[in-house]
Write a protein that binds this ligand. Structure first.
Ligand code: 13P
Length: 256
């Protein structure tokens, strides 16, 4: 019912040259994605145009940005607008990644403004939520993530909810090699789906909820096999053609 979405968040890696090399590597492994799986790569802003060109050779792989501003244009040094992202064929945009919240002052409020702006301008937001280790130890993880989801979706109507993707990324699992156990991931994904069900009449079943945090080929299967895990938002392992396409193949096997 829900198709897997396997997404690469390249973070601050790969300028235009490396972007070409990496996408050509992916193309060599896989120039058409399995029909059961949607793919997505999110390079840094400066590499989006190059990526858009290269992606013409990879069927089924979409393009996304890692951030955007909620205003149309103007005096916002260093920012990019939805119009600019549309112009380079971005279909998705990652919003509220924990690194943006931690280092660049993003809050539930700015994330919410961006989510509404993205949807309004035909971009599909990949909304990142997740708790810190301290919050998990204090047993506050459910409350924290629930608030992040609710906060991000203020003003998002039923008809737009189908176009959102949520990524649950426990901060303690990002780039650490430590992954949430399949049970921990499923518990949080199920809770997020319940929050969606309280907000929307139909979309809760169709919204894809991705897991992020040290997803690698060796642990992807046990995570993706959870009923409410609909894909991955992958950092480190998306920077190598081999490991990224391996995860796509695992998703394909689980779909058939
Ligand atoms: P890693 O896969 O490197 O842990 O990164 C996850 C992430 O933050 C994706 O957005």
């Amino acid at each position: 019912m829900r198709r897997f979405l396997i997404a690469g968040n390249w973070k601050m890696n790969c300028g235009p040259k490396e972007t070409s090399t990496l996408l050509q590597g992916i193309e060599e492994e896989m120039n058409t994605l399995p029909k059961e799986v949607d793919g997505l790569v999110c390079p840094p802003t400066i590499s989006l145009t190059t990526a858009a060109d290269e992606l013409q050779n990879i069927d089924g792989m979409a393009l996304g940005a890692q951030n955007m501003h909620y205003e149309d244009n103007g005096a916002f040094t260093g920012e990019v607008s939805t119009t600019m992202l549309n112009e380079v064929n971005c279909e998705y945009v990652i919003l509220g990644h924990s690194e943006r919240r931690q280092y660049f002052g993003e809050t539930d409020k700015t994330v919410n403004a961006k989510v509404n702006k993205a949807l309004n301008d035909s971009l599909k937001p990949v909304i990142c939520v997740g708790e810190s280790l301290e919050q998990r130890k204090a047993d506050e993880h459910v409350l924290r993530v629930k608030k992040q989801v609710q906060g991000a979706l203020i003003g998002v109507e039923d008809e737009d909810a189908d176009n959102i993707v949520i990524a649950y990324e426990p901060i303690w699992a990002i780039g650490t090699g430590e992954t949430a156990t399949p049970d921990q991931a499923q518990e949080m994904h199920k809770m997020i789906r319940e929050v969606l069900a309280e907000l929307y009449t139909e979309a809760a079943d169709s919204v894809r909820i991705l897991y992020g945090g040290s997803m690698k080929p060796h642990n992807a299967e046990e995570l993706l096999e959870q009923p409410d895990v609909d894909g991955g938002l992958i950092g480190g392992a998306s920077l190598k053609a081999d490991s990224f396409t391996k995860i796509i193949k695992i998703a394909e096997q689980l779909s058939s």
